[in-house]
Design a protein around this ligand. Structure first.
Ligand SMILES: Nc1ncnc2c1ncn2[C@@H]1O[C@H](COP(=O)(O)OP(=O)(O)OP(=O)(O)O)[C@@H](O)[C@H]1O
Ligand SMILES: [Mg+2]
Length: 257
């Protein structure tokens, strides 16, 4: 059951779109996936139209037991087959777990503990908030892989450096099994020189192999899928098919790791 955290320091680069794109690709293949929405904004929870549940990921962080995680799991409107998507929904109150820990306090991962007691999914995807705070640490501590998302812009690519350092820090401290799955460069416009420059720069710093291919282009289908609350493969336009095909390739790459 590979667990993949989708992270970035910068907001709005496409973490949720990538998480849901991969969940959509998995369900199209008939796989059973679990999406954990660790972002207090709850965007993944609403786009998936997770069915109301009495508890959320906040309860699991409070009491990381098997009973608590099983009680919080809920199906969603993406149960359109052939695969299945369950959700560990977010809740605004999850923000209280993003507070800075006291200096000297020992970090005891909670989500990792709860996930160790769960089975039955082919893939677990964790959508992280736009920060490298305590919630993202929880996600990384619970993951086999970190997938970093960036746009080809100056500040976003600077954020990649910090995210890579955070992955390294968690690997050294609490989760020796954590690996960097790669960097998704999202919203690329092939005609923009600045984009090409930033893509080349990332390749030079992290190695060409670290960048997932092909780059994810800027396509209106991504926003349309979000608005309709459907997987992007449900958007029957050339752009929808292109983006869905790229997510399918990303999924193959990740499942081979
Ligand atoms: N490849 C793309 N082409 C066009 N629009 C995109 C693409 N990827 C993401 N978007 C749009 O950009 C916006 C931000 O994307 P998204 O919510 O996935 O980012 P995020 O990193 O999860 O944001 P946050 O940091 O707030 O959680 C959304 O409206 C989404 O539809
Ligand atoms: Mg998001």
């Amino acid at each position: 059951m590979p667990v993949i955290s989708v992270v970035s320091l910068k907001g709005g680069v496409g973490k949720t779109s990538v998480t849901l794109g991969l969940a959509g690709a998995a369900t199209a293949r008939g796989l059973a996936s679990l999406v954990i929405d660790l972002d207090p904004q709850g965007n993944a929870t609403s786009i998936l139209r997770a069915h109301p549940s009495k508890t959320s990921v906040a309860n699991v962080l409070e009491h990381p037991t098997r009973a608590e995680i099983e009680a919080a799991l809920t199906p969603c409107d993406w149960e359109i087959g052939p695969g299945e998507v369950d959700v560990l929904a977010s809740h605004p109150s999850v923000i209280r777990f993003d507070s800075w820990t006291q200096p000297g306090a020992v970090f005891k991962p909670k989500l990792a503990k709860a996930l160790q007691q769960l089975e039955g999914y082919d893939l677990v995807l964790i959508d992280c908030p736009p920060s490298l705070g305590a919630l993202t640490r929880e996600a990384l501590a619970a993951s086999d892989f970190a997938l970093i998302v960036t746009t080809p812009s100056y500040f976003a690519t600077k954020g990649v450096e910090k995210a890579v350092a955070e992955v390294e820090e968690i690997r050294k401290s609490v989760n020796p099994g954590l690996k960097l799955a790669g960097i998704v460069v999202n919203r690329v416009r092939s005609v923009a020189e600045e984009h090409q420059y930033r893509v080349d720069e990332l390749g030079t710093i992290y190695g060409k192999a670290a960048i997932l291919k092909p780059f994810m282009p800027e396509r209106i289908a991504v926003t349309q899928a979000e608005g309709f609350g459907t997987p992007v493969y449900g958007v029957k336009t050339p752009g929808g098919r292109e983006v869905a095909g790229i997510f399918d390739r990303y999924l193959s790459t990740l499942l081979r790791k």
